[in-house]
Design a protein around this ligand. Structure first.
Ligand code: KIV
Ligand code: NA
Length: 275
């Protein structure tokens, strides 16, 4: 399993870090089987797996339940788990109790927290307690109501400066990595240059230290519409629909099950069977 120092040297050596989300046993097995460098159990769980229209309804219990399954499917891959909405905004004490529970019950390696304002002391406290924290700036979906929608962040000089400043504060607070979502590529390049911790982009261009995408987006699995920054590399929906339609039609037409899928008794055992 890759560790924090491996990710730091990958940044230093210009070797790209690949991160993919996973939410259960099969997606985790796929991710580990394809040798992603790290897995994110994202709270995008709420949208792509649980069918909510935002990440707001996701609970700590949801994250723990799914992260346990991910660990069973990818026990040899560094796994980061999202702390869900409002689970790190009360007291630092509450954050530590929740964070410790998430790490102890799942066996994950790190947690991810969105934002900087009001969050820095929580990043620092978790780090001090021995829990590696990944920061997340730019488009922070848990704040979608405040941001006024899912849109590109940091497009003007002032907003860009604020994100650069926040990124530095996250690094100073002890974050081991930063996820930067949906910002202009020039801003992402600048932040990547100014930080010594790895910067993982999603909708942040190519001049960052690595990329993260959502599992379901990468392979077109049950998603309706994907954002501009997504590239799809397969179509699970097509394969699934084709297979399941064939099953439905073969049951209706008695083509399934055939003798190949049926069990049989010896002829002599049949005597006495019929009423
Ligand atoms: O929840 C998630 O999937 C994420 C990534 C998109 C960074 O936070
Ligand atoms: Na997330």
């Amino acid at each position: 399993m890759k560790q924090l120092n491996d990710f730091r040297s990958m940044k230093k050596n210009g070797e790209k870090i690949v991160m993919l989300t996973a939410y259960d046993y099969p997606s985790a097995k796929h991710a580990e089987g394809c040798e992603v460098d790290m897995i994110l159990v994202g709270d995008s769980l709420g949208m792509v797996v649980l069918g909510y229209d935002s990440t707001i309804p996701v609970t700590t219990a949801d994250m723990i339940h799914h992260s346990k399954a991910v660990r069973r499917g990818a026990s040899n891959t560094f796994t980061v788990v999202d702390m869900p909405f409002m689970s790190y905004h009360l007291s630092v004490r509450d954050t530590l109790i929740t964070g410790a529970k998430m790490i102890q019950e799942t066996g994950a390696q790190a947690l991810k927290l969105e934002g900087a304002d009001g969050v820095l002391e929580h990043i620092q406290a978790l780090t001090n307690a021995g829990i590696p924290v990944c920061a997340h700036l730019g488009l922070t979906p848990q704040s979608v109501a405040v941001l006024g929608g899912y849109k590109v962040q940091g497009k003007d000089a002032q907003a860009a400066q604020k994100i650069i400043h926040d990124a530095k504060l996250c690094e100073e607070a002890g974050a081991f990595m930063l996820v930067l979502e949906c910002v202009p590529k020039q801003l992402a390049r600048e932040i990547t240059k100014q930080l010594s911790i790895p910067v993982i982009g999603i909708g942040a261009g190519v001049e960052v230290d690595g990329q993260v995408l959502v599992y379901h987006d990468v392979i077109t699995y049950g998603v309706n519409r994907v954002p501009k920054f997504v590239k799809t590399y397969g179509n699970v929906d097509e394969v699934a629909t084709k297979g399941i339609s064939a099953y439905v039609s073969e049951v209706k037409s008695c083509q399934f099950p055939s003798d190949d899928q049926s069990f049989s008794m010896k002829e002599e055992e049949l005597i006495g069977l019929y009423g």
